[in-house]
Design a protein around this ligand. Structure first.
Ligand code: UDP
Ligand code: MN
Length: 575
């Protein structure tokens, strides 16, 4: 009996041993594979040392306790198991794994926490001597689930470039992150850094709310808000502080350079640029159609900007007086446009300072909560756009429908506006941003351009100028506006016009120089759209009629009464 049990035990032991061998050999195999992939990936070039990092940590939900002996390896999700270091014997002679989950792996691959950027400032900026009596600054960096190295690089970049004489403090504000590396590990890390304070929020505040929390804790004369994925050029802080010191109602931004999302490569942005938004309330940096002589003083002088992005310096008192970030804007999106319009309308101004440069990681994640973004935009439109808001709702029909069932509570913001004596949006459009085209959106002359024969709507081939016919979206994405100048304006900025090149109907920038070519006559009774210069009509090609690949569906032909030349402007909403 005892012998049988011993035999059984021996067999079980052997079986166990074979299993262990099998798994271990599999692990080595995987390791080789993963380091090979590592080597091939473009990111690799930006890492200090080739091959897998050798000081891996156990990050994520999987802990050693959850991996007793070797068994649970198969229960790990394969897609999470990106790198498994070779098994090793610990003192207790137990097998242990070191597992790197995706977030951690990405963070590790992002490279060293310290690097200096190539010089991109104009030579005239380099000799600048700034007054020693510049105001003190609190740099406020909010983060939600930021990568470890990315956050640290931001932090060190600020500490390395901002002179301690002006940098009073750096506030890191954790907007309720979930990643493990942002917990004890970060607290310990920052506790050794002089002048750095880590503030935790116990609920998710969103960008604006998180920045407000940071601002309420800050004591510098000037607040500098920055994203958690930035790198600063030498000398970026002083020119910003100087502009604010000269006028406390000035809100200023550096030139935003770009860090590539995959390669982390740095690229400098060409000056002059300014921050703008379109009628869909989407913010962007736009280069100004102006070529500057390198010798010109304009190459280094601050320039007014209709809006600013995520990195800005603002006097602390002015920030609070003007109403901080709108606490009704939640999560992310719309907060910079709201602040920009308010600053301009309520006594301040905005500008980009070209001798200051900060690079921002171009991550542009799609918004996780699309409806919240729409609600934020609705709030901006209802608070600030007055009668112009219908231009927004015609182009953003989702916002229109959400607003039909719920109105934002903006009472407090309207009271603030009254208290501050803010100007109206008409003033903004005529004085601050006259370059933004104001659509006319007349009934029957604007909306989706529907073709009777084909039964589709005019749309734009992504990345191309040719116009095509596509299923009507009903979302406002195909909205166009036939105005009293005879132009057919396309897109949320209204800066593109229906144009004709040869027989092809295309989109061009609406410039006065080619004005004649951009003029059309719409004959409501027949639905014909006549190109004035050529006296030809727009005709829709059906499938199979295309003259060549890459061409669009809209061509100019002699005018007839065929349905292929009949167009209707279909307005989707009438707010
Ligand atoms: N952020 C935050 N809470 C949020 C969303 C974002 O604190 O709910 C932080 C984020 O980590 C970043 C900054 O706010 O540092 C701006 O967000 P993001 O970079 O996503 O905006 P974008 O640059 O795309 O405009
Ligand atoms: Mn960002």
């Amino acid at each position: 009996m005892g012998q049988l049990r011993r035999m059984l035990c021996l067999w079980l032991l052997l079986l166990g041993f074979t299993l262990v061998l099998l798994i271990v050999s599999d692990l080595f195999h995987r390791e080789n594979e993963s380091s090979l992939q590592d080597f091939d990936s473009p990111r690799h070039r930006f890492r200090g040392n080739p091959g897998p990092p050798d000081d891996l940590e156990l990050i994520g939900d999987a802990t050693l306790e959850l991996l007793p002996e070797l068994v649970p390896i198969s229960s790990l999700k394969e897609d999470q198991l990106l790198f498994v270091a070779s098994t090793q014997e610990t003192e207790s002679k137990k097998w242990s794994y070191r597992v790197l989950l995706p977030a951690a792996r990405k963070a590790e691959e992002e490279g060293a926490p310290d690097r200096s950027l190539p010089e991109a400032r104009h030579p005239k900026c380099l000799g600048d001597q700034y007054s020693e009596s510049l105001p003190s600054a609190s740099v406020i960096i909010c983060f939600h689930d930021e990568g470890w190295s990315t956050l640290l690089r931001t932090l060190h970049s600020v500490l390395n470039t901002a002179p301690r004489a002006f940098l009073l403090e750096l506030l890191l504000v954790d907007d309720h992150s979930t990643h493990d590396h942002l917990k004890t590990r970060l607290s310990e890390y920052t506790s050794h850094l002089d002048g750095v304070r880590l503030i935790r929020s116990d609920k998710r505040l969103g960008v604006g709310g998180c920045r407000n929390l940071g601002a309420s804790e800050a004591s510098g004369e000037v607040l500098v808000f920055m994203d958690s994925h930035c790198e600063c050029q030498k000398g970026w802080l002083e020119p910003l502080l100087e502009r604010v010191a000269q006028d406390r109602t000035r809100v200023v931004s550096p030139i935003m350079d770009v860090i590539h999302r995959e390669t982390f490569q740095y690229s400098a942005t060409q000056w002059p640029v300014w921050g703008v938004f379109n009628w869909n309330l989407e913010f962007s940096w736009e280069s100004k159609p102006q070529v500057l002589d390198d010798e010109s003083d304009l190459a280094v002088e601050a320039a007014l900007s209709p809006a600013l992005g995520g990195v800005l310096a603002i006097d602390r008192h002015f920030f609070h007086n003007v109403g901080a970030f709108d606490p009704g804007i939640l999560l992310r999106g719309g907060e910079q446009i709201e602040l920009s319009i308010r600053v301009w309308l309520c006594g301040g101004s905005m500008e980009v300072v070209p001798c200051s440069r900060v690079a921002h990681l171009d991550h542009s994640l799609p918004s996780q909560d699309h409806e919240q973004l729409e609600r934020n935009k609705i709030r901006v439109a209802d608070t600030w756009l007055d009668n112009y808001r219908s231009i927004f709702y015609r182009r953003d029909t989702l916002a229109h429908f959400i607003r039909q069932s719920e109105r934002p509570n903006i009472t407090e913001r309207l009271q603030l506006m009254k208290k501050l004596g803010c100007r109206d949006f008409h003033w903004y459009l005529t004085t601050v941003y006259p370059q933004l085209y104001v659509p006319q959106d007349r009934p029957e002359l604007s909306g989706e351009m529907y073709n009777v024969a084909v039964g589709g709507c005019v749309d734009r081939l992504p990345g191309r100028d040719a116009m095509i016919l596509a299923p009507c979206t009903g979302t406002g994405s195909q909205h166009c506006d036939f105005n009293s100048d005879g132009e057919v304006r396309w897109g949320p900025a209204g800066a593109l016009c229906l144009d004709a090149v040869g027989e092809q109907v295309v989109l061009s920038e609406c410039q006065r120089a080619i004005g004649e070519r951009l003029q059309w006559t719409y004959i409501k009774s027949s639905g014909q759209l006549l190109h004035r210069l050529s006296q030809l009509c727009v005709e829709a090609l059906k499938d199979g009629q295309h003259p060549g690949s890459g061409a669009g569906d809209l061509v100019l032909r002699s005018c007839t009464h065929h349905p292929a030349q009949q167009w209707h402007f279909e307005q989707l909403v009438s707010p």
